[in-house]
Structure formats: structure tokens, C-alpha cells
Ligand binder design. Structure first.
Ligand SMILES: [Mg+2]
Length: 356
């Protein structure tokens, strides 16, 4: 029986991406990656990295250094008991300066070459597999290969680069997650749902017949694969975006002169534009909330939470002093002063947590 796999993008999915990584010391795992990989393994998935590395074609990094970078990645993961099964990379680019790598390649995402090659070499059932990455290229490659897809879509407050460069518009994913930890939850939920119910698979673009003419290089890993996957019917449940209906305002009677001009300007804002903006704001807030939910535990955050509770307590004491028949201004000011100081400390802890 074929295995199932999680195809993982590398940069800004598994490791921090400061631009081009061209030294092993630059490899830094993102929060929660080792534990997420361990959980994927427990679910019976092989873990395969598929990464575009046009830095080789651009002369920024050599294949030798790239292998060292990947060894470093595997070493960091192994320190946390997480293991990859294989890493595929595509060193080619049409604008490359190194002649050897200057060419078009169907292993370069959004083409699915690396996934198809892995499926062929490692006997992977693509329909039972997932492709996870932070770019629409990853999603498109996954969909073309016939996998289910999860876009790692960090809220802007958690991104180092502008959103447009992180996840450009393109193929829409089956699911979105704020980080890889939420992606684990999505896969688990999917497995639970599909194990209980027999549903029809959604329309997934497949392109299994595309030939793999270009060979994607790979670095084998010594780690052993886990137990084989169970057969199950494909039945993904696309997550519905929360749509907030905004009731259009009732048109008032025509006012006169200057007032009339102002109100007309307000009315001219299209209702669908307002809906779109409110939807985007709501989506962003939910995304930030999910990022917090699936964020790492930290002492700073715990302290900030405790401080915030103390601030509320001080404010309640202040109100109590104000309402007291024997009201003393000095007590009110002391309680209020404590509230202000604690609030400043809370903000400091939050800022320190953000810079961690
Ligand atoms: Mg990436």
C-alpha cells in the first residue's frame, strides 16, 4: 500500500527566511515546527520538504552549501526528536547567472515536478497527501499534484515581509492556517471527519500526467518512516470564510446646501466596498486571534496576562474608593497610580514577547 505524505515548503514554513539563506548558521526553526512534524509522523505521514532554491542559479549559494544548510536543518530538528524523510530542492531558474542552472524546470514550484518525483520514488499516494507552504506557488504545486493544500497565512503583525511577497494572489488553498501548528489541527480534524463520514471530494485540479523531465535534486535522510497510512476516502471540507453582511443604510431625505454635499459624499461610498473592508478587518482580527491561540507559550505572555488582571483589579478598587461615602482622594490616586504603572509593565512584557 502506498504511503501518504506531507509536502512542506522550507522558507517561512519550517525555518525563518531573512531573504536568501547562504550559511548553515542562518537556519532558525520557526516556533512549533519540531512538535508539528512529530505529530504529522504520529498521524502516519512521511515528511518531504520541497523547496525552490533559485539562489543556486543566481550564484548566491552553492549546492554544497545548500546541502550543509539542509544538514543543519535536520540536525536542529533531530535535537527535538523530529525527522524529515527527504528534502527535494530545485536549483534552477531561467534568469540564473550560473549557466549550469539557468533553465526552465518543471521541478520549480508552482510546477509539481518535485512532488511527482517524490511520489514516484517513495511510493506516495498523492490524493491522501497534503502540501503546506506560505506561498501561492506551494498551493498551486500541491493542487496540480492532486494533494490537499494548506496556506500558511501569517497575520501582518507576525510577518517580516510584506504580505504581497509572502502569499501572492494565485491558486486558492483548501485551508488556511496561521502557522504549522494550526495546520496540524486542520489535518487532524480532516482525518477525524473523513474517518466518520463518507463524503465526496472537492474539485481538485489534478495533473498527474505531467512528465517529470527535470530531475529535482534531493538529500536523503537517515530517519526511518513511521507506520503506513490507513486507506480513507478523500473528503476535504473547505473552510467557509466568515462573511459579515452589512445592512445598507436607509437613504435619508435630501438635506439642503453644504450639509447636503457632505452627506452625499458619505452615501457615495459603495456598500460592497464597506462590506469588503469590514470583512477584511474581521478576517484580520480572527487571524491574529488564531495566531495567538497557536502561538508558543512564553513566560513574558503569562506575566503580561497576570499584570493585565492586576490592572483591572486596581481600576475596580479605584471605582470602589470613588463610590465610598468616606471618599479620600489620596486613596483614589494611589490605586489609579498602581493601575497606570502595572499597565505600563504589561505593555513592556507584550513588547518583549513580540521581540523574542
Ligand atoms: Mg516559503
Amino acid at each position: 500500500m502506498s504511503d501518504k505524505a506531507i509536502f512542506l515548503d522550507r522558507d517561512d514554513t519550517l525555518i525563518d527566511d531573512p531573504g536568501y539563506i547562504n550559511h548553515p548558521e542562518q537556519v532558525k526553526l520557526l516556533d512549533g515546527v519540531p512538535s508539528a512534524l512529530i505529530q504529522f509522523k504520529k498521524l502516519g505521514y512521511k515528511l518531504i520538504v520541497v523547496t525552490n532554491q533559485s539562489g543556486v542559479a543566481h550564484g548566491i549559494v552553492t549546492e554544497k552549501v545548500l546541502r550543509e544548510i539542509h544538514e543543519r536543518l535536520e540536525q536542529l530538528l533531530a535535537e527535538k526528536n523530529a525527522y524529515l524523510d527527504r528534502i527535494y530542492y530545485c536549483p534552477y531558474h531561467t534568469d540564473g547567472v550560473v549557466q549550469k542552472y539557468r533553465k526552465e524546470s518543471n521541478c520549480r514550484k508552482p510546477s509539481p515536478g518535485m512532488l511527482l518525483k517524490a511520489a514516484d520514488e517513495m511510493d506516495i499516494d498523492l490524493e491522501q497527501s497534503w502540501c503546506i507552504g506560505n506561498s501561492s506557488r506551494d498551493i498551486e504545486a500541491g493542487r496540480k499534484a492532486g494533494c490537499k493544500t494548506i496556506l500558511i497565512d501569517m497575520p501582518p503583525s507576525h510577518q517580516r515581509q510584506p504580505a504581497s511577497s509572502m502569499s501572492p494572489a494565485g491558486a486558492s488553498p483548501d485551508y488556511k492556517a496561521v502557522n504549522i501548528k494550526e495546520a496540524v489541527n486542520i489535518v487532524k480534524k480532516y482525518l477525524r471527519t473523513s474517518a466518520g463520514e463518507q463524503k465526496q471530494a472537492p474539485a481538485v485540479t489534478t495533473n498527474q500526467t505531467e512528465p517529470v523531465s527535470q530531475v529535482a535534486e534531493h538529500v536523503p535522510n537517515a530517519a526511518e518512516s513511521p507506520a503506513q497510512a490507513e486507506a480513507r476516502p478523500p473528503a476535504p471540507e473547505p473552510q467557509e470564510p466568515d462573511i459579515q453582511r452589512v445592512k445598507p443604510e436607509t437613504r435619508p431625505k435630501e438635506p439642503q446646501s453644504a450639509e447636503r454635499k457632505m452627506q452625499r459624499t458619505e452615501r457615495e461610498v459603495p456598500a460592497d466596498k464597506t462590506e469588503e473592508m469590514l470583512g477584511a478587518i474581521l478576517g484580520q482580527l480572527k487571524s491574529m486571534q488564531r495566531a495567538e491561540m497557536f502561538g508558543e507559550f512564553s513566560v513574558m505572555r503569562l506575566l503580561a496576562g497576570i499584570m493585565q488582571i492586576l490592572v483591572l483589579f486596581c481600576l475596580l478598587v479605584t471605582v470602589w474608593f470613588l463610590m465610598s461615602p468616606e471618599r479620600r482622594d489620596s486613596s483614589v490616586f494611589i490605586a489609579l497610580g498602581f493601575a497606570v504603572v502595572l499597565q505600563l509593565m504589561t505593555l513592556t512584557f507584550y513588547i518583549m514577547q513580540g521581540k523574542k
